[in-house]
Ligand binder design. Structure first.
Ligand code: TXA
Ligand code: MG
Length: 353
């Protein structure tokens, strides 16, 4: 199948530009599209055939449920069996935006979309291209990140083409995404709101509305071999990973840089294609030569690191990196989400320095 790449002019959004994509979605076909977090691989959430196509295109295990994207809060009453007060409060404050809520699903949502669960993940994206696509197609759009299963998420249309080109009929190119990390997921089906996946909306922000919010223990996991079971099925898989072996070093930044440089230099000299993930502030600490140097962003602005992280991991693959050594970042605010993704990408290979 040939994948059509359609460029969307964000400055002049025009219903005409979405016509073909909307038609595809209504016919049960798939379209990759930008959101403010990452690119999504969209299909009609209420059509089991479309969900099956999503799993097939990504090579994703079918027990891993999809997020349903909406453009109007009223959709909650279609998709959820009951809409708790807590959901309305969060929607009021954070939608449209990078927050996904888990609610009990209604009979309208097929089990194929929820990976067999009787709950459903719902998000109203703020990205204008995503919102227009949902509105114009008239379809609730089920969309996982538009990467091949296991690979780093997609933050540019070129990433979608790389992973899904030839497998889906269309990619909408709306440029690089703003945030670069997937939405925060909060489960509202239990006694207290639980964060299943950290993201741009931090625990502090959620607590400003629902003070009792907690992290699911699996989110704070730092060891590969402990036996905490993730409540978001997708969080149990090796994820976001570059092809090479990634190790993260944590501790005093000065010592971390010293250790990363030493390890990378050794691996390079042993003949491994080697890459170092650094930051603007630490770039000068690494002598060029036996390894590639990739800056993820500036420590002065953690959002720049979030925005570039997946692109940097993909860059490691483009360079053919076999060994990758990375600095860690403070796990506060958005840093919690950054470290969550980095640790998963590293398969929890983290060394204390
Ligand atoms: O920012 C995002 O959320 C992006 C964009 C495209 O909106 N989407 C995204 O989808 O990251 P995906 O499929 O890559 O990640 C969805 C996560 C998975 O870990 C999945 O297991 C979890 O959400 N999830 C979905 N439905 C769930 C449910 N009913 N209960 C628990 N976890 C659920
Ligand atoms: Mg994903």
């Amino acid at each position: 199948m040939e994948t059509k790449l359609v460029t969307i002019d964000r400055e002049h959004l025009n219903d005409e530009d979405f016509k073909e994509a909307a038609e595809l979605l209504r016919n049960g076909e798939l379209v990759a599209f930008p959101t403010e977090t990452v690119y999504g691989l969209g299909g009609n959430a209420l059509d089991p055939t479309a969900s099956a196509r999503i799993y097939a295109a990504k090579g994703r295990p079918s027990d891993n449920p999809l997020i349903v994207h909406i453009c109007d809060v009223k959709a909650l009453y279609d998709l959820a069996e009951e809409v708790p007060e807590s959901a309305l409060k969060l929607a009021e404050k954070f939608w449209p935006g990078p927050l996904t809520m888990i609610l009990k699903k209604s009979g309208l949502v097929p089990k194929e979309t929820t990976g067999g669960l009787n709950t459903v993940a719902i998000r109203m994206p703020s990205d204008s291209v995503a919102a227009a696509l949902i509105r114009i197609s008239g379809v609730y759009i089920a969309a996982p990140s538009a990467n091949a299963s296991g690979r780093p998420s997609t933050t540019k249309a070129s990433h979608c083409m790389e992973d899904l080109g030839g497998k889906i009929p269309m990619v909408l190119d709306g440029g690089a995404v703003k945030i670069g990390l997937e939405s925060t997921i909060v489960d509202l089906t239990g006694d207290i709101p639980m964060i299943l996946r950290p993201g741009y909306i931090t625990i502090e922000m959620l607590r400003s509305v629902l003070p009792e919010t907690e992290y699911d223990p699996a989110v704070l996991k730092r060891e590969r071999n402990d036996n905490i079971v993730a409540k978001a099925p997708g969080m149990k898989y090796r994820h976001y990973a570059p092809k090479g072996n990634l190790t993260i070093f944590e501790g005093d930044l000065d010592k971390v840089c010293g250790r990363v440089a030493e390890e990378a230099d050794r691996a390079g000299k042993e003949g491994f294609v080697t890459a170092v993930l650094c930051s603007e502030e630490t770039r000068a600490r690494y002598a060029r030569g036996s390894f590639y140097l990739i800056s993820v962003g500036t420590r002065a602005d953690e959002e720049s690191i979030a925005a570039n992280l997946f692109d940097a991991l993909r860059e490691c693959d483009h360079l053919g990196a076999q060994k990758i050594f990375g600095e860690s970042f403070p796990a506060e605010g958005v840093g919690q989400a950054i470290m969550n993704r980095l640790m998963k990408a590293a398969g929890y290979q983290i060394e204390q320095v």
